[in-house]
Design a binder for this molecule. Structure first.
Ligand code: PMP
Length: 393
């Protein structure tokens, strides 16, 4: 019993009343695209394992091999004695693939965003204020980074570059360094930013462009390494994760050598955290070896997503702006999303309801994420189950 238990319970009761209480649901993976829960095997359309790499033998083998050879832990933070040669090798491989001067590993995407943004908005670095322009649908970790830095975000309408340009123009006379912080693929709507236009806009306004590539890495862009390359050198910082299409864990920042060297000196989330362990690095290294060659899987993934969207539209289901492997089915009300999720589970499908505060109020949804490991038959099963379970408002 903790001192705050009565308050915790009251809070949880309020969440239950609003249909927004969450619980942890233990599952057991059964290979790519399948999951076992409550004694049943379900088709899994809720994971971010977009290429099915989480269970790929090369990742599993290299993770095991590197753990056997170099131990279970890195034993220290990067700046003490935790920078193994393995870290610098993976960073060099990643920078080569991203086409940047340098890259730096982080322990998670959340940690990268939460820690890198405050390091960039540092007054001593900038010699003044940061003016930070953010997409309204940015991921929670990007909001957290801005909040941790104590900056007030200037929010532009989702993916609306005209609005962003208007806001930049309105502030043209103000002192301060401009930053644009956005995502190349949005995690809950599955739509893409127009990276070439963003890069041109950043150039016109002298703004530093920060691009979160969590859901693009492995899936889109040259060699599947994200959309930042389309910015032709005008994306100042691309961050991404190894935890989604790359099948493992951890994250990266890719950019200039000076940027990475600065972060090594000034980014608390890198400086004060124990470095990633060899097993995680092994899975990263193997994923980087595989991903450039997976164009056929990437094409299939997008073709399946196109078919799923067409099927949903045929059923009258809105899919937000989806143009990627993430295809939401918008229900609007929280309880409708929960009910649909339950009905799908009865039909052997795992489709998790996403509710506020993860998405704006009134836009609850089931977020279906496709994987190249899904078969055409899996997709048909999903469409059939949704057609059966969906009750129009
Ligand atoms: N950025 C975005 C856009 C994300 O969707 C996520 C994961 N939900 C993260 C960052 C955090 O990455 P990680 O899961 O590696 O902590």
């Amino acid at each position: 019993m903790s001192l705050l238990d009565p308050l915790f319970r009251q809070h949880l009761d309020r969440l239950t009343q609003r249909h927004t209480r969450r619980t942890l649901l233990p599952v057991r993976p059964e290979g790519a695209g399948r999951i076992r829960r409550g004694g049943r095997t379900l088709l899994n359309f809720s994971s971010n394992d977009y290429l099915g790499l989480a269970s790929h033998p090369l990742l599993v083998e290299r993770a095991s091999d590197w753990a056997r050879r170099w131990g279970a832990g890195a034993t220290a933070s990067r700046l003490v004695c935790g920078t193994l040669e393995l870290h610098t090798e993976v960073e060099a491989k990643l920078a080569r693939l991203k086409g940047t001067e340098a890259a730096l590993l982080f322990n998670s995407g959340w940690q990268a965003n939460a820690a890198v943004l405050p390091a960039l908005f540092d007054r001593e670095l900038l010699g003044g204020d940061a003016l930070v322009f953010t997409d309204r649908l940015n991921h929670a970790s990007l909001h957290h980074g801005c909040a941790a830095a104590g900056v007030r975000q200037i929010r532009f309408r989702h993916n609306d570059l005209d609005h962003l340009e208007t806001l930049l123009a309105q502030r043209a006379g103000e002192p301060g360094t401009r930053f644009i912080v956005t995502e190349s693929v949005f995690s809950m709507d599955g739509d893409r930013a127009d990276v070439p236009a963003l890069a041109a806009l950043a150039e016109r306004h002298g703004a530093f462009l920060f691009l979160d590539e969590a859901h693009a890495t492995g899936v889109l862009g040259p060699r599947g390494m994200g959309l930042a390359a389309l910015g032709e050198g005008r994306v100042d910082l691309a961050m991404g994760t190894f935890s989604k299409a790359l099948g493992g864990f951890g994250a990266y920042v890719a950019g200039s050598r000076a940027l990475c060297d600065y972060l090594v000196n000034r980014c608390g989330g890198l400086i004060y955290a124990t470095a990633l362990p060899p097993a995680v690095l092994g899975a990263m290294d193997a994923a980087l070896d595989l991903v450039p060659a997976l164009d056929a899987e990437r094409d299939r993934l997008q073709a399946m997503a196109e078919r799923l969207r067409a099927a949903f539209h045929g059923l009258g289901i809105a899919t937000a702006g989806s143009s990627t492997q993430i295809v939401p089915a918008i229900t609007g009300a929280e309880e409708d999303a929960l009910a649909l999720s339950r009905r799908l589970e009865e039909r052997g499908i795992l489709g998790i309801a996403i509710r506020p505060p993860t998405v704006p109020p009134g836009t609850s949804r089931l977020r279906f994420a496709l994987s190249a490991a899904h078969t055409d038959a899996d997709l048909e099963t999903l469409v059939g189950a949704v057609a059966d379970a969906w009750t129009p408002a």
